[in-house]
Structures are given as C-alpha cells and as structure tokens.
Design a protein around this ligand. Sequence first.
Ligand SMILES: *[C@@H]1O[C@H](CO)[C@@H](O)[C@H](O)[C@H]1NC(C)=O
Ligand SMILES: *[C@@H]1O[C@H](CO)[C@@H](O)[C@H](O)[C@H]1NC(C)=O
Ligand SMILES: *[C@@H]1O[C@H](CO)[C@@H](O)[C@H](O)[C@H]1NC(C)=O
Length: 544
Amino acid sequence: IAASSSFVLPLLLVLVGVSTVRTAAPVKGRGEWRLLRASIGISAMHMQLLPDDTVVIFDRTDFGRSNISLPGGRCRFDSYDLALTTDCTAHSVLLLLPSAAVRPLSLLTDTWCSSGALLPNGSLLQTGGFNDGDRVIRLFSPSRGGRSDWVERPFYLSVRRWYASNQLLPDGRVIILGGRRQFSYEFFPRELAGSRTVFQFPFLLDTWNRETENNLYPFLHLLPDGTLFVFANDRAVVLDAIRHRVLRRLPPVPGGPRSYPSSGSSVLLPLRPGAAPEVLVCGGTPWGSYQAALNGTFLPALRTCARIKPADSDPAWSLEDMPLPRVMGDMLLLPTCDVLIVNGAAAGTAGWELARNPVTRPVLYHPDRPAGRRFAVLKRSRIPRMYHSTAILDTYGRVLVGGSNPQAHYAFANVMYPTELSLEAFHPPYLAARTRPRMAAAPREVGYGERVALRFEAAGHYGAWEELVVEVVVVAPAFATHAVGMNQRAVMLEASRAVWAWGNFGYVAEVVAPPSPKVAPPGYYLWFVVHAGVPSNGVWVRIR
Ligand SMILES: *[C@@H]1O[C@H](CO)[C@@H](O)[C@H](O)[C@H]1NC(C)=O
Ligand SMILES: *[C@@H]1O[C@H](CO)[C@@H](O)[C@H](O)[C@H]1NC(C)=O
Ligand SMILES: *[C@@H]1O[C@H](CO)[C@@H](O)[C@H](O)[C@H]1NC(C)=O
C-alpha cells in the first residue's frame, strides 16, 4: 500500500466529499493483455477455477497427441479413438495460480463438448462427452499442492450427454439438461431424483432445428425464486425443476438463433437485494448461417444483445446494439458487476472451420448505465480465439483466456486458425488502478442471511476522517466451454458504510450474506470488495 506519498490528494478528496460517492466513474483505460504461458500443452476447451486457486483445463481425448505427456510414462489405450488408439499424452492439465505452472492430469474417456459444475463441497463435477465418455461423470477434488487427479464413474448418466448444460440447484443437486438429440434432463446425484431418473423436456424438441440443431448447450440461469430460466435457440421458458413443470413461456428473441452452433452467450446479470432478476443474451447468428457457412458463405454474426426480466408480468426483450457483431463470444461477470464479452468471430458459426473474422477486441457492458451508453471497446489481443476457446474470471480479478481449435485435430501449420495452446490473462481496466482495496480478514464460511464483518484496507484515503461507501459482491466461478459460463453468478450484498478501524487505511464493512440458497446455491464463492470502481482480489468463502 502506498503510504505517506498519497496523503495529500486523498485529503483533498475527503474535503470535497468525493469518497462518499457510491461508485466513482470506472477506471479509464482499455485493459491489458499478458501472455501467461506460450503453451499449456493442450487447448483450453473447458476451464474451471477451483477453491484452491487451481484451474482444471481439458479438451478431448480423441484429438491426437497433445503437447504434454501423461505423468509417469503412462499411456491410454482406446480402441474407439479414431485419432490414436495408444495415446501417451495428457488431455487435461491443472494450472496452479498465481505461478501458472502446469501439471498433466489423466483422463481415461472422452470429454469432448461436455459440461460441468462446481459442487457445494468444492469438487468439480464433469458430465458426459463423446463416444466412450458420453455417459461418464468425472469428479476432481481440489487439494493444496495440486496432487489430485480425475476419478471417473462410467455409465452414471442415464442417457448420453454431449453438448448438455449444467446448473447447481438450491438443494445442492446439479441439473444436467439437453445434449445432442436429448430432449430431457437428469440430476446429480442420481439417487436423489426419485424413482425416475430422466425427465422429458419437450421445449428442447420444439427448439430443435433438424439440419442445424441450434438448441445445444442451452443457457441455464437459476432465478432467485428457485426456478430455472432455460434458453435454447431463440426462445426461453421458466422451468420448475422440482415439480417438472414449465411455468412460463417468454417471447422469442428477435434476430436469429443464439444457441450452439449459432453460439451467442448469456449471463444472469448481478443480483441485487430487492431488484428483479435480469438475463442478458448477446450475439449469435442470423437464420441459415450454418448452412451458408458449409457452402463457403460466412454471414455476419448478430450485433444485438437482448435483455429481459423473466419475472415481469409481461416480459419483453429489449434490444441493444453491440459495438461489434459476435458469435462464440464468452460473457463474464466481473467483480465490478460489469459484463465482459471476449473471444469469437464476426462471421460464420461454431463448428469445424465455419467461422471467419476473429473479434480480438473485448467489449465491456455496464448494465446500470442508460441504454445507448453501456458499451466500451477494449484493447485488442494478438491471438484469435475462435471455436473451442474459453475465458474465466480468476481469484485476482483477471480474466484467463485460452483455447481455440477449429480443427478436428491439433494443427499448428497450414490452417487458417491454428490450434492455440497458449494461455493469456486479460487485465480489465480496473487492474490498472494505482491502488486496489485489499481484503485483510473475511470469514471463510457464512450462513444464509448471516451478518458478518469484512476487514479491508483501501489506500488513497485518510482513515479516521471518513466513511467509505463500498460494494461487496460474491461471485461463483463458472465452468466455461463453448461460449457458455455454467453456474456463473454474482450476488451483490447489502453492505453498510465501511467505517475506519485501524491504521491509516483499515476499514470494516458489515455485510449480510445472501438470504437463501435460491439466491446463491450452496458452495464456494469469491468475496470481492469494490471501492470507487476498483475491486480487491477475491477471497474464497463457502456459503452454506
Ligand atoms: C509442441 O511441442 C514440441 C516439442 O516439445 C515443440 O517443438 C513445439 O513447439 C510445441 N508446439 C507448440 C505449438 O507449442
Ligand atoms: C464432494 O462430493 C462428491 C460427490 O458426492 C464426492 O465424490 C467428493 O469426493 C466430495 N469432495 C470432497 C472434497 O469431499
Ligand atoms: C449449398 O450448396 C448446395 C450445392 O450447390 C445447394 O444444393 C444448397 O442449396 C446450398 N445450400 C445453401 C443453404 O445455400
């Protein structure tokens, strides 16, 4: 923390009262790109941050040889594998933060185009995939020092789940919904589903286009009343997944399909105490884009975002134009409660070599500003991130960006968009702030509705003279793949003013934990304290 040198300016700010403005104008700047590793050995098709600050990354076992060997000279024999029946390379790695060291992990069956969710106990549940992996679930438990490996449970799923989506529910179960030619959902743990294990869901058949599907990797958002918002193709419903009833049908979103392979992206906007939930869907393709791309015509991607309050009595989508059109973008909730849109292409669709014109500039969306003033274009990356790229928020408030492989195998030369093994960190503009709040002490575990104290330091202010207005937010880490951030969630907490407590810069803020598991399903979240538009690092908290 910068000490005496920063006394004079803050004192002036106190005198003019600036520090009691709720959130000052966000930090200017267009962000920074940093290369964390030129190669992590595999292409980051799926990523999940775990509560020990490691990141599980995997692609697919039938990609051929990766650029990292399995540990201990081991090999995997797979007579189903069309690429390679004996493969001595790894298709999953564990990234250790903050060093970005990489350790190979052992996957036995194919995880291609699969899904996942962080369980309430901090283990990652991964579900489905392709071929010998399509009914398998896999568990990965964090351990300090990163010594864990995958545990696979074959034939756990009732039907094959390839391109399905997951969402953690208030009771701690995970719903596994959809997948290629699967118009149904099921649950983990299976035993708690009762006598039936598969629940038919005709909405997925209604939204299925015979030629192009356009309803894969549905967008799932748990609404704060415990119901599930389900979006596929260009339509959405609200599902009661306890009683297995569709409660409402929302109007179609104009413009074209938004689900895989017409991959737009979607977030549940940060939940605020007392405010109605809102869903945002951005990008996608016009109708017919997939067939046109197969024929060599790459239609411009959709430029619109659509925003809706699903609990309104007469919900309607409101449309906004992004500064850049995009398909296969990843949408991330930042601790400032803004939305980052990164990766993808401006023409074509998801699928093998079916996209053109990489969009290398991220866009920031400020949900609270008036329409027409919500977007900002950020700094360009050098690396195109096309089909099979991903992005996740990390503990330090950075965005980890990896993957991209529009080929059916690893291909590093003589292709338009070579396989990317690199991992970058995008630093949102707030990371350029001269000082950031620093969490000094925060509870590791809280109960629903519990009132707790967070101690933090905020430099650039002169302690005893003032109270700070801060925002405290908890963010659930997403399982990222194919432009979908499963379980991504940000909940703003009721926070009092932070009062000066010690030293020059020490403050205490009293906050109220999320009121119920419907608002924040049980499990691990990152606490962030945000002052003047600048977040602290995240600190893990288990909500139960
Ligand atoms: C893959 O590994 C080989 C051998 O270590 C190396 O020469 C090559 O540059 C690597 N390729 C990439 C794209 O990292
Ligand atoms: C979490 O629960 C899963 C499923 O019951 C179990 O397999 C796993 O070992 C548990 N993880 C921890 C860290 O206890
Ligand atoms: C694609 O090309 C084929 C062969 O020329 C043609 O029959 C088909 O109608 C075209 N499809 C589209 C969607 O343009």
